[in-house]
Write a protein that binds this ligand. Sequence first.
Ligand code: GDP
Length: 454
Amino acid sequence: MEKAIAAISTPNAIGGISVVRISGDQALTIADRVFKSISGKILGDMKGYTAAYGRVFDKDGDFDDAVALVFRAPKSYTGEDVVEVSCHGGIYVTRRLLRAMIDGGASPAAGGEFTKRAFLNGKLSLTQAESVMDIINSHSKQAARSAMAGFEGALFKKIQNINERLLNLSGHLAAWVDFPEEDIPVVEHDNLLNALGDCGTELNDLINGYDAGRLIHQGIVTAIVGKPNVGKSTLMNLLAGCEKSIVTEIAGTTRDVVEESVLLGDVVLRLADTAGIRDTEDMVERVGVSLAKKKMEQADLVLAVFDGSSPLSSEDQELIAEIKDKNVIAVVNKSDLENKLDIEYIQKRIKHIVIISAKNTNGLQELSDCIAGVLNLVHVDTTGAMLANERQRDCVQRAVSFVEESVLSIRQGFTLDAVTVSIELAIEDLLELTGERVTDAVVDEVFSHFCVGK
Ligand code: GDP
């Protein structure tokens, strides 16, 4: 077992209770230095999954009531001995409890270190560990469901299954090449090509589903564009007032750019820099086309807003010409007023069109349905295997290239040795994906994105 680490596992904020977690060798001994149960129970003598009520102490005396929950290795999150001490949820008390644990002999845990230990102790695959982070970061039902599927091992099992088939093929080929005199059935080219083709198709399906997965996990970067006065700000405010809105500060810019994530139906829209647009309404006019262009370039989705109560202008036509290659929805606003817009002109050029009144909040449901349709999110099976991040996508991409290379080698009549080499390289990449064979650098990189305490 490793040296004990400790961290506050609840948010750094005031709440009903806070939890300080300690894991590793000596976890029970150290926790016993800090926690004294009322009934005289010693944590080190307690069974796993049992709790004790008592007081917590440091060198200045006792400072709070607490409940200590004991987990015994290997039946804990990390696979090590773990104690979770719940105290009252004040920031001062919680930090003092953590300090007491550290004075008692624990080291402060690095970000993601508990989950990293769970991975190293075989409690989780790397893809499952990554799902833990996705579950924490989920802002919508779909994202949470899909992250949970990853945590339950949907992707891991899928990759393992493909890998086993590849291993079978390479083992068979290697045996046949190495021991030609043995009675090993001849590898039929057609069977081999079919088996490799199936693996390639399944891997490619994962890659094709990646964009939808990314949008579900990370939200849809959305640009709202249109000439002045069509109702962009009104629509933005309407969206921002949706059920849940989360504001993320992105540091490192000249002024903090505010990105607002809003939940519309079952999708998360990321409306970048909405504050800027809302603060200075005429900024849109001033920066006009150039700002809109930049926003559109980076966007997964463009909402092009038109004023239904006035005729189509040359500005509108320019905008239509510019956005036709994007994932775009024409949003014809002000449906509460008499229509004067040439909707047919737009319809001919932009496939998806929704008529709303941002003022009366009419048409919001249609807009939400349309977004899911445009981005192909409707038929996404969030309970199935899905790639959750760039690292995973990259591993699969490399594996596919090697599988395709092996197919090509067969077609071009290369020796079966060459085919075996390609298959084995594909296997390597898939083992890296699941974390079964992975470098420390990759593991460190994955866990560096975790928060402390997880
Ligand atoms: P922006 O310049 O595109 O951001 O447009 P604004 O959101 O500032 O809206 C311009 C004007 O149109 C404001 O006076 C809004 O109140 C009005 N407006 C916006 N949406 C609607 C709508 O659905 N119906 C009506 N009647 N007026 C609207």
